[in-house]
Design a protein around this ligand. Structure first.
Ligand code: NAD
Length: 488
């Protein structure tokens, strides 16, 4: 699979040039090399795509569930066959390590197609017995045209998590990947066509926020499923409100990871590292507020520091690399600004937080994983999403106290609890206001387990059967078997 020099839009089953005539460049964050010139969809491109998607919907929604599922499962097989090629593309687009991408990105995307492909034939309504003279039933019907708008950290996975349930339910999809990471959405379109998907059912529009805005306001698009930051999510919600669209919002977070004094300390340290430094910390559900019980605080920090300093920061294409490049220079500056801010606010920088030069990737944005201790709940580094490898550690004494502190945020995407005490684990998790919680681990998202946020971290759930509810609507049908009663 060779990388295209020019990325076109994908509309009606084939790559097409943008009517807008505009384009933008896509760069490898680690090397600065230009990867491709990408067509940018304008208003007329969106219009054309909506028409293709409407035709695609008419055809696809008439296909039986078992046949839809067969095509989705074929797509899962092709994704797996091309796993390493797709992973390399993802690494070049995102700057993340190749040690992560095959499993975390490609397998997770393939799992979604396999899982929802298996459910497609089982989408069904209910039957309601209303006595001898009547019954009612419900039909679970597709919404029509669904749009997906993605973030840059897990480009293919996000596309798959949205597209697989949408298509399983009989919808068509218009997907706009992040302008930072456009490549694999086009590859997914080719794979779906190869798997037998009718034309117009999956379409890709490239572009930045302007293109996303045209999609979100379009009156003939029935749903928008968005993954990105809270501020952008608010704009998309407001745009979707104009035509009262269905919405799914997968937004940002500032999640707590609570480590009690009876924890298995090496496992807790492993989880804290996964929860902060995997994918250079560019993960929405990261547990960036680490609350460690005061009795084990110093031991925890000492083990964490030495293990973190052994992490390999390097060329993302090198299988030995643990920490790759941040997505771009602007984001790097933002993360470094937070490191400076943490020091100014009085937190103690125990390790990292420095620019790192990587041989062969001199133009990349590499930062050594940063660990802050002596953090306070009201510091900005403990309240705002940094979206880089910056961990803030706070100590606590009491269970109720730490629950209150963990919940004191406008976000509610995820949370983690480490303890050997079974009762305490479940008691604490029940009180945490977060959509996805882990006990004695962190950041695992196996297909079948719903993923999504409380509070400002989101609306709706992905990656599980319940996502089908968000891509369908319910029709109730009352059936009269007797005479019609009429009082006049
Ligand atoms: P972002 O909000 O800047 O952009 C996300 C997408 O929205 C991009 O495709 C962008 O082009 C588009 N966009 C921008 N302005 C728009 C507008 N006005 N209308 C429509 N679309 C618009 O986010 P990002 O920087 O790409 O990603 C990082 C953020 O995503 C973080 O906050 C992270 O927590 C969040 N995220 C959440 C999840 C989740 O599942 N909850 C997963 C990954 C990332």
């Amino acid at each position: 699979m060779s990388r295209p020099k020019r990325l076109h839009l994908y509309i009606d089953g084939k790559a097409q040039k943008a009517i807008s005539g505009k384009s933008f460049a896509n760069f490898n964050p680690a090397t600065g090399a230009k990867l491709s010139e990408v067509d940018q969809a304008g208003r007329r491109d969106v219009e054309k795509t909506v028409q293709a998607a409407r035709r695609g919907f008419q055809e696809w929604s008439a296909v039986t569930g078992i046949e839809r599922g067969r095509i989705l499962k074929k797509a899962a097989d092709i994704l797996r066959e091309r796993r390493m090629d797709l992973a390399e593309i993802e690494v070049k687009d995102t700057g993340k390590p190749i040690a992560e991408a095959p499993e975390a990105d490609i397998d997770s995307g393939a799992d979604a197609f396999e899982f929802f492909g298996g459910l497609a034939a089982d989408i069904k309504g209910t039957h309601h017995d209303l006595g001898e003279d009547a019954f009612a039933y419900t039909r679970r019907e597709p919404l029509g045209i669904c749009a997906g708008i993605g973030a840059w950290n897990y480009p293919l996975q996000i596309a798959c998590w949205k597209t697989a349930p949408a298509l399983a339910a009989g919808n068509s999809m218009i997907f706009k990947p992040s302008e930072q990471t456009p490549t694999n959405a086009g590859k997914l379109a080719e794979i779906l066509t190869e798997a037998g998907l009718p034309k117009g059912v999956f379409n890709v529009l490239h572009g930045s926020g302007e293109t996303g805005h045209y999609i979100a306001i379009h009156p003939d698009i029935d749903k928008v499923s968005f993954t990105g930051s809270v501020p952008t999510g608010r704009k998309v919600l407001a745009d979707a409100a104009g035509s009262v669209k269905h919405v799914t919002m997968e937004l940002g977070g500032k999640s707590p990871l609570i480590v009690f004094d009876d924890s298995q300390i090496n496992n807790a340290v492993s989880a804290a590292m996964n929860a902060n430094f995997y994918t250079q910390g560019e993960i929405c559900s990261n547990g960036t507020r680490v609350y460690v019980h005061e009795d084990i605080h110093d031991a925890f920090v000492s083990i964490l520091k030495s293990r973190t300093e052994a992490m390999v920061i390097g060329d993302p294409m090198d299988p030995a690399t643990h920490v790759g490049s941040l997505i771009n220079a602007d984001h790097f500056e933002k993360v470094m600004e937070y490191v400076r801010l943490g020091i100014e606010e009085g937190a103690h920088l125990v390790s990292g937080g420095e620019k790192v030069s990587v041989t062969g990737c001199e133009k990349g944005s590499f930062i050594s994983p940063a660990i802050f201790t002596s953090c306070q709940d009201d510091m900005r580094i403990c309240r705002e999403e940094i979206y880089g490898p910056v961990m803030s550690i706070m100590s606590f004494r009491d269970e109720d106290e730490v629950i209150a502190r963990a919940n004191d945020t406008e976000f509610g995407l995820a949370a983690g609890v480490f303890t050997q005490d079974l009762s305490r684990a479940h008691r604490v998790v029940a009180k945490l206001r977060a959509g996805t919680c882990w006990i004695n681990n962190y950041n695992l998202t196996p297909v079948g387990v719903p993923f999504g946020g409380y509070k400002q971290s989101g609306i709706g759930r992905e990656n599980a059967a319940v996502a089908l509810d968000h891509f369908t609507q319910l029709k109730s049908v009352y059936v009269e078997l007797g005479d019609v009663e009429c009082g006049y």
